[in-house]
Design a protein around this ligand. Structure first.
Ligand code: NAD
Length: 249
């Protein structure tokens, strides 16, 4: 497979790490991102070393996906140091849950900004170049809860549902230019994000998953690798639900 530059945002997280490994296994050059604060920077150094120990060379730079100028500078740096971005996986995401009656405007705005505005901030700086070069693969990470809604997650579910409309629209804009855009909607995956859920709630979640287990990060990474393959050019504007049968749309 052609050596292409793949950017993964929020790469040091539970799913991002696995995505980087899967893309590296396809011979991609991986450029990852971490939050710019001091702790995330230190964690990123350790993460990069862990990847190296696994035989994977990954460049990793600071990035706050909520900041338009920061995204622009990040993409410029990637292009200067590695080459044009061929593959973009918009994976960075957060939760900040509360039922609507308790949700504060800050909580709403923060989740919209990290999970949805980030899509625009990142795609804006790679999309035109992809179209000009005649190749691009964009994968936006949504969620099962964007498909079905979730108590206490009106902010999160709104962002993850919004990703579908955004993805389909840019898929149309890139269709004649060799640029595909798709989303992946993970169900409940065995990651720190899901381990934050109280035990009783997790037991209920497990009871609702027909395959009888949480997903593994590799289950999601496989979908990302599939959608970003060079020969995946006829698959665009779609969503892959990877949720163990929990929700069938
Ligand atoms: P995680 O918390 O382990 O990783 C998220 C990453 O995003 C972290 O590296 C974090 O530093 C980064 N991030 C947060 N805010 C950022 C910002 N402003 N700028 C740049 N990076 C930022 O989460 P995860 O479980 O690996 O989830 C990854 C994606 O998958 C998210 O979009 C999440 O919504 C989605 N998802 C996860 C699950 C699951 O079960 N874990 C289920 C459905 C969807």
């Amino acid at each position: 497979m052609t050596n292409r530059i793949a950017v993964v945002t929020g790469a040091t997280g539970g799913l991002g790490t696995s995505m980087c490994k899967a893309l590296a296994a396809q011979g991609r050059t991986i450029v990852a991102s971490h939050l710019p604060d001091e702790k995330s920077t230190a964690d990123a150094v350790a993460w990069q070393q862990d990847m190296k120990n696994d035989g994977i060379d990954v460049a990793i730079y600071p990035l706050d996906v909520t900041n338009y100028e920061n995204c622009e500078a990040f993409v410029a740096r990637v292009e200067q140091e590695h080459g044009p971005v061929d593959i973009l996986v918009n994976n960075a995401g957060i939760t900040n849950d509360a039922p609507l009656k308790k949700m504060q405007a800050e909580q709403w705005n923060q989740v919209i900004s990290v999970n949805l505005t980030s899509m625009f901030n990142m795609c804006k700086h790679v999309f035109e170049g992809m179209c000009e070069r005649g190749f691009g693969r964009i994968v936006n990470i949504s969620s099962l809860n964007g498909e079905k809604g979730q108590f206490g997650q009106s902010n999160y579910a709104a962002t993850k549902a919004g990703i579908y409309g955004f993805t389909k629209s840019i898929a149309l804009e890139g269709a004649r230019k060799g640029v595909t855009a798709n989303s992946v909607s993970p169900g409940y995956i065995d990651t720190p994000m899901v381990r934050k859920v109280p035990e009783k709630v997790l037991d209920n979640i497990l009871a609702g998953i027909p395959v009888g287990r949480l997903g593994q990060p590799e289950d999601i990474a496989r979908a990302v690798a599939f959608l970003t393959a060079d020969d995946a050019g006829f698959m665009t504007g779609t969503n892959l639900s990877v949720n163990g049968g929990q929700f069938m749309s």
